[in-house]
Design a protein around this ligand. Structure first.
Ligand code: SF4
Length: 350
């Protein structure tokens, strides 16, 4: 018997506004009422939005179209997006993934991943007369431009992000060595020493935890009240929306599963957000093969979502696998709708 108070929210086949909950208007849509003759119904709450964002969609299209236009092989510097399934499919189409430009021949096109690259990378490609396409998400490029503007007016720049993540390497690499100081945690922010507290600015990685970042920003602002902020938050819409959806569902789930990769920052943050928002357990899985069926035996209500680089096909496979083992009641919890899309580079349009 389900004991989580969902039944009154179910509707037949139409969307119905229920409550204002956690600051977000909730829509619950019954997709399938798994009538139960065989055993307990597993309730699955599917987060919306989930999965691919506009930046990932654009990056994948850039690789596909480049292969069509130039023929295989097309080189891609770093995983185009952090998802093994996406990378494997593109390899089959004719993409070759490398970590450094030095691994690419001069006479084949190369694509830079959605995470962005240091300025030195396109400069090297140009010096070698290579054809190159930049799949950096426009929302990452926006942060690059912000950092450059602060630098141009002489500000010291603080980047809030995770050391070693390609986006952080790319953002720091927009400016000369030493111009950007990385702050990863609240502790870093508390002990940070700066040359001129009146001439500071901060920017952030786009895929951070909204709540953790706010805590770090609050510390920086209390220590350096004159610090310049981004005009519009750097954490992107997709990261924010996926975290909000998980937050809304977490307290009602016995387990939240996040489809994604350990290298995917936004996917890892979804697991953390689920745990912090009341889910007794939350796990990252790469595919249906990672489902822990022993753990699933104790689950009455499962939350399911996917990071911004995880294809919807993986979500559908997980649902099918669970449905194959018993009745399922599936509802979608929609906390935002998205209609963002980004233009392809001029070279691949039309
Ligand atoms: S997660 Fe955000 S910043 Fe990253 S590719 Fe998607 S939209 Fe762009």
């Amino acid at each position: 018997m389900l004991s989580h108070g969902f039944r009154h929210l179910r509707t037949s086949d139409t969307e119905q506004t229920s409550t204002l909950f956690g600051g977000y208007r909730q829509y619950w849509r019954a997709i399938d009422d798994g009538k139960n003759e065989k055993g307990a119904v597993v309730k699955i709450i599917l987060a919306a939005p989930r999965g691919f964002c506009a930046g990932v969609d654009r990056a994948i299209q850039i690789v596909e179209r480049a292969i069509t236009k130039f023929g295989p092989p097309v080189y891609v510097r770093h995983e185009i997006v952090h998802n093994r399934h996406v990378v494997e499919r593109l390899k089959e189409l004719g993409a070759i993934f490398v970590e450094e430009l030095s691994e690419c021949p001069d006479d084949r096109p190369v694509i830079f991943s959605a995470h962005g690259v240091p300025k030195s990378v396109p400069l090297e490609a140009a010096s070698r007369n290579m054809i190159y396409l930049d799949a950096t998400c426009p929302l990452v490029s926006k942060v690059h431009v912000e950092a450059e503007r602060h630098f141009a007016v002489g500000r010291d720049i603080i980047l809030i992000g995770h050391a070693g993540h390609p986006e952080v390497i790319g953002t720091m690499g927009q400016l000369p060595l030493g111009a950007v100081t990385l702050v990863e945690t609240g502790k870093d922010a508390r002990k940070l020493q700066v040359k001129n507290p009146k001439n500071l600015a901060y920017v952030t990685q786009t895929t951070l935890s909204v709540d953790d970042t706010k805590e770090i920003v609050d510390i920086l602002k209390s220590r350096f009240p004159d610090i310049a902020e981004p005009h519009k938050e750097d954490i992107c819409y997709a990261t924010t929306n996926r975290q909000a959806a998980v937050k809304a569902m977490a307290g009602q789930c016995d387990l939240v599963l996040v489809l994604g990769a350990t290298t995917s920052s936004n996917s890892m943050r979804l697991v953390e957000v689920a745990k912090k928002s009341g889910a007794p357990a939350a796990r990252l899985i790469e595919s249906k093969a990672d489902i822990n069926w022993a753990q699933m035996k104790t689950v009455q209500v499962l939350g399911l979502t996917a990071g911004a680089s995880a294809p919807e096909s993986l979500v559908r496979e997980v649902l099918a696998e669970i449905e194959a083992r018993g009745p399922v009641e599936l509802v979608t919890l929609e906390t935002a709708t998205e209609n963002v899309s980004f233009k392809l580079p001029q070279m691949l349009r039309g």
